[in-house]
Design a protein around this ligand. Sequence first.
Ligand SMILES: C[S@@+](CC[C@H](N)C(=O)[O-])C[C@H]1O[C@@H](n2cnc3c(N)ncnc32)[C@H](O)[C@@H]1O
Length: 308
Amino acid sequence: MAQPFLKWAGGKGKLAPKLAAMAPPFLRYHEPFLGGGAVFFAFEERGLLGSAFLSDSNRLLIDAFRAVRDAVEEVIAALEPLAAAFDRATPEERRALYYAVRDHRPASDVAAAAWLIFLNRTCYNGLFRVNGAGRFNVPYGRYANPRILDAERLRECSRALRTAQLTAEDFESACERAQPGDFVYLDPPYHPLSATAHFTKYTSDGFGPEEQARLAACFERLSARGVAAALSNSAHPSILRLYEAKGYDLQTVPMPRAINSKGNGRSPIPELLVTNFHRPEVASTLRDVQEAAGAAAATPRNSRKAGL
Ligand SMILES: C[S@@+](CC[C@H](N)C(=O)[O-])C[C@H]1O[C@@H](n2cnc3c(N)ncnc32)[C@H](O)[C@@H]1O
């Protein structure tokens, strides 16, 4: 089974099996806040996907996914010398190597993918953060033995991604692509539960209350068009207000955070899961999808080929 090749803040490794189990039969899969892709990989592993549209506003991330999909052996070859140099180095040399790599500008998509994977494995908490000039600025992580190169995992991810379409774009244009009967999983940067939690700064854009409201409006448009959607967020009152009384199902789930900006904050934080499967417009398109799948399964292969 493919596991994400990047650690990602807010990664949904724990929630992914639950989401895959509760998803209704659907036509095409869309994930507009891809991050490390834990949910996509879980769906793919269960054979739930025909075609998948994966996107994120982080261009470096999407370029890395593309390089892993299209040129995985070259990515592995580019990562090998970095991983070997790191493994051989003393703690002080490792730190110096980290900052030398961080300051380097990769010359190709393959080199950029290797660069991102190396930094992701060795930086503080696997965070992705850029400064105002768009330069990656997470400090060194000081892990005893980070696994920088896992060639088999990269190959499995490449296989899982082979038919996925990958685009760097805002969630709203990605959602417009979804058609009735499709399924969209939305996992935005969370609204912080407290003023000290810094979960909103994934890219230089940030994701504040206006973005949360724009996303809620997008979720409503998907629902009205008969597109099945599920959305994760923090169970903060200002977020609950955006999704209440709209015919959606709201569940709160205590979830351990994979990455927390404070090392001591690993206690379960309530997460909100919003689904629209029972909204009448969505329920009726999902019934159509299920009936069509049932009819296709009941039709003998020969008559299907003959278009009967
Ligand atoms: C919580 S993370 C997704 C984590 C992912 N589900 C996983 O399991 O790794 C949120 C992602 O949203 C992306 N993002 C932030 N603003 C965005 C926007 N306006 N449109 C699309 N993606 C955005 C960030 O780059 C980040 O990768």
